[in-house]
Design a protein around this ligand. Structure first.
Ligand code: ASP
Length: 347
């Protein structure tokens, strides 16, 4: 039974390296369960917290994540929302930034911490980064202000001593412990000797809102990256696909594209058919500004929306979310440009 005095944390294991516990004696990988976790990370018992756990059955490599799994996570958080002070999601690193971005939209009115973490080396391996990531993620999920409100009431990724807004993150390394980066938004906290929160960057707790879970996403969309020499036939085939409803269009620099007439015509025809085309940059930092050059202005005139400084993960999941809500074409266009939950800097 939970002791009401202590904060309660729900640990949700979805799969991924962090939960593959390598037995120190045999070297064999053991499946995640909470008892194993306590054996390999006994420090968890030192927290003055009530910690419960749930596990995806079966656990999945994060490359196998689907929108249905995001909906499962939303359901778990929604149905346990009043019983816990914070949630920690253990997740493979490969698609963690997609899941974090999706959850930030699907958990409308979130007022509690949802902290995703994982690791590059399994827990139980001598040099694992999993222990530190897990312990600090739990501490952050339970952290409260003096008035009892949560310090970080939003979806975040904690990795390698950095707490980052979930919908601002991208996986940047397949090898380094420093696997995630938030290129267009400051880090929310740094964990050194103490956890130093940058309070002004964190979304404030809002007592006026309640959690509204969303379960339906529409993935009739593609991510499509420009490159010099791109061929008309291939682009036209993609853009004229009848089931296609939206395109995350990765352009050059500040949102520029070649000035080929066929390209502008194809894009204009698509927006005329009410396909939503969102312009984001291939650069890892900075924002789309289509009015700066002729090569960008032509895209603005063809009806393409600026994705400003959205990450590819946030742009994709935001468009899936807005299409899934059944909004009108104009509503989606305007919501896409609006900052819904800290994912974008309006310009
Ligand atoms: N392939 C694994 C996954 O994303 C890698 C990891 O856990 O970091 O599930």
């Amino acid at each position: 039974m939970n002791n009401k005095e202590k904060p309660s944390i729900l640990l949700i294991y979805t799969g991924g390296t962090i939960g593959m516990m390598s037995n120190a004696e045999t070297g064999a990988l053991e499946n995640f369960n909470f008892e194993h976790l306590l054996r390999y990370v006994p420090e968890i018992k030192q927290f003055n917290l009530n910690i419960s756990s749930q596990t995806f059955n079966p656990p999945i490599d994060s490359s196998d994540m689907h929108p249905e799994h995001w909906a499962n996570l939303v359901e778990i958080i929604h149905s346990n929302y009043n019983s816990y002070d914070g949630f920690v999601i253990l997740h493979g690193t490969d698609t963690m930034a997609f899941t974090a971005s999706a959850l930030s939209f699907m958990l409308e009115g979130l007022n509690k911490p949802v902290i995703l973490t994982g690791s590059q080396l399994p827990i139980g391996v001598l040099r694992t980064d999993g222990k530190e990531n897990l312990l600090t993620a739990i501490e952050i999920a339970a952290a409260k202000n003096a008035d009892g409100t949560p310090i970080v009431p939003e979806v975040c990724i904690f990795f390698n001593q950095k707490l980052m807004r979930g919908n601002r993150c991208t996986k940047i390394s397949a090898e380094s412990f420093d696997a995630f980066s938030s290129n267009n938004y400051p880090v929310l906290a740094k964990a050194g000797l103490e956890i130093q929160y940058d309070y002004k960057q964190i979304r404030p707790y809002n007592p006026a809102v309640t959690l509204v879970p969303h379960y339906t996403l529409d993935s009739d969309i593609i991510i499509f990256s420009l490159f010099p020499g791109i061929k008309p036939d291939i682009i036209k085939n993609v853009l004229t696909n009848d089931s296609l409803k939206g395109i995350i269009f990765r352009t050059f620099g500040s949102g520029n594209a070649p000035q080929d007439e066929w390209l502008v015509e194809a894009l204009t025809e698509s927006t005329r058919q009410e396909k939503i085309i969102v312009n984001i940059t291939q650069c890892s930092t900075g924002s789309v500004k289509m009015h700066l050059y002729e090569t960008g202005l032509q895209l603005l005139e063809s009806g393409i929306i600026s994705g400003a400084d959205l990450t590819v993960e946030a742009a994709l999941t935001k468009l899936m979310f807005l299409l899934g809500k059944g909004l009108t074409h104009d509503e989606i266009r305007s919501e896409m440009r609006r900052n819904i939950c800290g994912e974008l800097t309006e310009n």
